[in-house]
Design a protein around this ligand. Structure first.
Ligand SMILES: [Zn+2]
Length: 92
């Protein structure tokens, strides 16, 4: 048996990987978080901010997993502040 994962991005633009569940998804399903060049971490709703970015599903489950495992912190190479997490969890 080979790998048979769905091609999430077929014809639908760039595909990114969620740092929590490691599944690929289209950018619309994910929240981009960037490490800003001047320091700190910020949400990037536009997906266009410069800096090192990481993606997490816009679901409570994936956000919680990313927080518990510090997956975002590791992906960005810096600590994600509590304010950023509360901003993430406040999203619908
Ligand atoms: Zn996920």
């Amino acid at each position: 048996m080979g790998k048979s994962r769905p091609k999430a991005g077929d014809g639908a633009g760039p595909v990114r990987t969620c740092v929590a569940c490691r599944q690929e998804a289209g950018k619309r399903e994910l929240i981009r978080v960037v490490r800003r060049p001047e320091g700190g971490v910020a949400l990037d709703p536009t997906g266009r901010a410069s800096g090192r970015g990481a993606y997490v599903h816009a679901t409570a489950e994936c956000i919680e997993v990313a927080r518990k495992r510090r997956a975002l912190d590791r992906a960005l190479g810096t600590a994600v502040e509590p304010a950023v997490w509360s901003e993430l969890t406040r999203r619908p």
